[in-house]
Every structure is written in structure tokens, then in C-alpha cells.
Design a protein around this ligand. Structure first.
Ligand SMILES: Nc1ncnc2c1ncn2[C@@H]1O[C@H](COP(=O)(O)OP(=O)(O)OP(=O)(O)O)[C@@H](O)[C@H]1O
Ligand SMILES: [Mg+2]
Length: 510
């Protein structure tokens, strides 16, 4: 059998941890090979070695049967290897087109960048693969989903024939995921080879040919998708049975905690994004907001958390108008926030894990004495959360946050926000990038907060998650609520229609 890629006995050590410990991965030409493992298992590290970002300590790599030395991403690009990273590597202040061509800019005779050719080629590829982008938009102004499409285009623009996708679907809508799956199938039918990292077992079952499982840096097994099931894969990965169902006891909702009254928020272009939205979240309730990415969710959260101003309306927390107060003030008044973009709004990547865990209250008596940080208390606080939330990294509390795996960064934010026990928690895409075992735990913790009488506003693009956790579901479409339903009284189909803008009344009369 011809292998397109062979990574043989790869070992890579970081301070305090063997991220890859004698791992072997063999990928057949023209196949989709999934890489599965818990958060921190070593998947991104292995792919970073293949893409030349890290050099293995031991082991060899063969491409098309020939041993190669991949010293940097340029070597990888020359070998036809492209990668879409888990956390995008885009230049925020550049346009979409500038990012796509970065490092391989075609020039005109006058030695300027040949934008005519660039825009034409980008347009062709984006139409061919249905990856809609505006080549002239700046990265910092477009949604996470659109940024992902730019990363994919970047790779296709370079004609790579080995394509590495590190969690490409974490930020896509269900429709976009279906399209991406189709794109992947088209790509392999043209002879390309794909390595796919995803925590979504459904996707692996749907699109992959084979799957290699890693656990804590070690190789566990490579199995064919034929004969496998979501359950069997989950067990192989975690090493125990996984409970896919969330336990949620019946509970009466209490008083209103968060009141949003006639809220209108504009987007960065100053166009209406949230339109006269009114909604209440009660104590002991999880209010889920269902909707397709880009229908006002970001703007709603920016306004609620204090990250941006808004046009009109009121935000009332525990009876007090917080509309015009600072982020800090809102945090102190009992508003917690688990943000969608963990790098931009959730963590300070150059800080250690323990420092990130106290960013809200480093200046309180809990963690400082007369203006001097109380290092012992900070350390033991971190160690408590690390064990409670199973945050895995090389050097524990002292780990640099940037070096931690994506899923473990996410667990750190959740640990910090839940630990503060705010009376109202804004939760956006909480389990993005988490493995099935971690999702099981985080879901149970969110439900526990609700059981303890906290008001939870949950925004998620995954209907499964919305349906599993919410007590009530508000459907958001084009900045307006098209319906408020109970999960047991609705279904994915009706939710889908409301997400597309059809109101609850219209549904009933249809
Ligand atoms: N540059 C680095 N410096 C120090 N430690 C690192 C570095 N990169 C990765 N690690 C550590 O290596 C381990 C494997 O990380 P990796 O990112 O490969 O995990 P992963 O399987 O991709 O996890 P996830 O599903 O959460 O993305 C983690 O414990 C991480 O903290
Ligand atoms: Mg990773």
C-alpha cells in the first residue's frame, strides 16, 4: 500500500511533558485520515512537526515513500503540505486577500502586487469550494467563521496536496460543516490527502476513512471507520465509557436576574445587528440562544459584557441598570463571561496559567497583601482549579498559557469564570474544541450552576448543545427573536426554520 505520509516513532518533548511519545502515523494517499485524542493528547504537536513548526526529537518522516527533513513551513509548503491551524495565524490588520497571498505575492511588471490576478484566483477558488469571503475586508472585522474560510483558501491557493485541518469545524455552522465535508470529499477525489483533527465523532464517522487515536502523547491504535461507532471511538480515546446524556433535574425558575430591554446594537460597520431585543433570564435557568453565526450574537455579547457601546435600550442586572458601566464594574456586580474567542477576550497568552486564573481579582485581599501578590495563595488556587477541571499542561500552574493545548486553554477560562460564581453567566460556545470527556464534565458544571440558582445565558451554534442544556430556547435571526420555545416542545426542524427567520406564529399557522 502506498502511504502518502509516514511519521515513524516520533517523539517530541516540552518542559515537563512528552507531547508525542513514540507516535507512528501512516496515511494512505487519497484518503481522509482522522486524528483523535483528548485535549492535550498531542495532536496539534504532531501536525506542527509535519508542517515544520517544530522539529521532532526522535523519529523520521517520509512523504511519498521518501525520507524528508522538514525544517520550517517553507519546506512543508514545497513538499505540498498545507495546514489550517486550530488558532488562526492571520494578520488582523491585513485584508483577506493580503492574508491569502502572504509570502507568495504575484507581482506585475511594475513590481507592484498584481491584485487583479490575485482577486480573480481567490474568486475562482472561493466559488469552486463555496468558501464565501470578501477579499477586501480586514481580518479584524470579519467573523471567526469567515476567518476560518480564509485559512482554508490560503492553503488551496498554494495548491497543497496534503491538507492538514486542525479542528476546522469548531467554528462553522451546521450548513457550513456539511459543505466542508463535501469539499473534503471533492479534494480527495482529485487525489489530495487529508488529515483531519476533530473532536466531533459524528464528523469522523461521516467523512473519514481511517482514524488514529492518541492518548496522553502515546499512540493507541489505528482503525478503519468501517465497523467503528461514535461510542467505540469515544471509548478508545478516553479509555472509559462516556455518558453522552446530560443529567438535568426539573426546576422552577426564580426571579429575573438579567433583563435586556429593547436593545439595539450596531456592528462594526455601524449597521443594525441587534434590533430592539427584549429578553429576560431568570435565576436557576439556562436560556439558550439558537441561531446561525452572524445573526447578532457577537454584538449582543459585546453589549452585555461591556466590550462595546450600543444604540438604545437597557441592560439590567439584579434590578440595577448597568447599561453604561465598565466591564470591571459589571464583573464586580456579578456578571461572568465565557467568551467565544478565547485568545482575544479570554486569556492573556503571555501570562502563566495561574496568573490567568486571577485576572479578575488579583487586586483583592484574596490574592494580594497591601498591593503585593500573594504567590502562595495564587499557586494553591490554581492547583485547586487544575485538579477540579482536569486542566492538563506541561508545567501545571506555571505553564505559559500560550503553550497549552486549545482545549485546555478553554477549560482554564471556564474554571476561572465558574469559580467566581457570578449570579449571571454569559456562556458563548463553551465546549468549542473540547473532547467528549471534557464536554461531559463542562456540561455538568454549567447545569450545576443553574441548579444553584444562577442565571445562564448560553449562546451556541450547536443545536445539540442548545437542546441538551437549555430550559428555554430563544431563536435569534437577523438580530431579532423569532421565537421562544421549550426544548421538549420543539425539534431541530422547527428551530432551523426559526433560525432562517420564520416566526413562531408563522410556524404554528403553517
Ligand atoms: N510550545 C509548547 N511548549 C510547552 N508545552 C507545549 C507546547 N506545545 C504543546 N505543549 C504541551 O504539549 C501537550 C500536547 O499539546 P497539543 O497542543 O499537541 O494537544 P492537542 O492534542 O492538540 O489538544 P487539543 O485537543 O486541546 O487541541 C500539552 O500538554 C501542551 O501543554
Ligand atoms: Mg490541538
Amino acid at each position: 500500500m502506498a502511504y502518502e505520509i509516514e511519521m515513524l516513532n516520533i517523539t517530541k518533548e516540552f518542559p515537563g511533558i512528552k507531547a508525542n511519545d513514540n507516535v507512528t502515523l501512516k496515511v494512505k494517499k487519497g484518503s481522509i485520515h482522522a486524528l483523535l485524542g483528548e485535549n492535550g493528547a498531542g495532536k496539534s504537536t504532531l501536525m506542527s512537526i509535519l508542517f515544520g513548526l517544530y522539529k521532532q526529537d526522535e523519529g523520521i518522516i517520509k512523504i511519498k515513500g521518501e525520507e524528508v527533513s522538514i525544517e520550517d513551513p517553507n519546506d512543508a509548503t514545497k513538499l505540498g503540505i498545507g495546514m489550517v491551524h486550530q488558532h488562526f495565524k492571520l494578520v488582523e490588520t491585513f485584508t483577506v486577500a493580503q492574508n491569502i497571498i502572504l509570502g507568495s505575492e504575484p507581482t506585475t511588471k511594475a513590481n507592484t502586487i498584481d491584485y487583479a490576478t490575485v482577486n480573480k484566483k481567490i474568486k475562482e477558488i472561493s466559488e469552486q469550494y463555496k468558501l464565501e469571503v470578501d477579499p477586501t475586508a480586514k481580518i479584524e472585522d470579519i467573523s471567526v467563521g469567515a476567518q476560518q474560510r480564509v485559512e482554508i483558501l490560503k492553503m488551496l491557493y498554494r495548491n497543497s496536496d496534503i491538507l492538514i485541518f486542525d479542528e476546522p469545524t469548531a467554528v462553522l455552522t451546521p450548513q457550513e460543516i456539511t459543505e466542508l465535508m463535501q469539499i473534503m470529499r471533492n479534494l480527495i477525489s482529485e487525489g489530495k490527502t487529508i488529515i483531519l483533527i476533530t473532536h466531533k465523532l459524528k464528523e469522523i464517522m461521516e467523512v473519514a476513512d481511517e482514524v488514529t487515536v492518541l492518548r496522553r502523547g502515546r499512540y493507541i491504535d489505528t482503525v478503519s471507520i468501517e465497523g467503528a461507532s461514535e461510542r467505540s471511538l469515544a471509548e478508545l480515546m478516553v479509555g472509559r465509557e462516556v455518558d453522552f446524556q446530560v443529567e438535568k433535574p426539573e426546576q422552577e425558575a426564580g426571579d429575573v436576574v438579567l433583563e435586556i430591554k429593547g436593545l439595539s446594537v450596531n456592528d462594526f460597520r455601524d449597521l443594525p445587528a441587534v434590533r430592539d431585543l427584549t429578553i429576560e433570564v431568570h435565576a436557576g435557568e439556562i436560556l439558550g440562544i439558537a441561531g446561525i453565526d452572524g445573526n447578532g450574537q457577537d454584538e449582543l455579547i459585546y453589549a452585555l459584557s461591556g466590550l462595546s457601546k450600543f444604540e438604545s435600550g437597557q441592560i439590567i442586572l439584579n434590578g440595577e441598570d448597568i447599561s453604561k458601566t465598565s466591564i470591571k464594574n459589571r464583573t464586580n456586580k456579578g456578571l461572568g463571561h465565557i467568551p467565544a474567542d478565547r485568545h482575544k477576550y479570554g486569556l492573556i497568552l503571555d501570562f502563566s496559567l495561574e496568573e490567568n486564573l486571577i485576572v479578575h481579582d488579583y487586586n483583592t485581599k484574596r490574592f494580594s497583601n497591601a498591593g503585593v501578590l500573594a504567590n502562595k495563595r495564587i499557586r494553591s488556587h490554581a492547583e485547586g482549579l487544575i485538579s477540579e477541571f482536569d486542566i492538563r499542561s506541561g508545567q501545571g500552574a506555571r505553564s505559559e498559557t500560550r503553550s497549552m493545548s486549545g482545549g485546555n486553554q478553554q477549560k482554564a477560562i471556564i474554571a476561572r469564570e465558574i469559580d467566581k460564581s457570578p449570579s449571571c453567566l454569559l456562556v458563548v460556545q463553551p465546549t468549542r474544541g473540547l473532547d467528549v470527556g471534557a464536554i461531559e464534565y463542562i456540561h455538568s458544571r454549567i447545569v450545576e450552576e443553574r441548579n444553584n440558582g444562577k442565571a445562564i445565558l448560553l449562546i451556541s451554534y450547536e443545536l445539540d448543545e442548545i437542546l441538551a442544556l437549555s430550559d428555554r430556547i430563544a431563536v435569534l435571526s437577523d438580530g431579532k427573536i423569532t421565537g421562544i420555545v421549550k426544548p421538549e416542545e420543539t425539534n431541530e426542524n422547527d428551530l432551523g426554520l426559526m433560525m432562517a427567520g420564520i416566526s413562531q406564529e408563522e410556524l404554528v399557522h403553517a
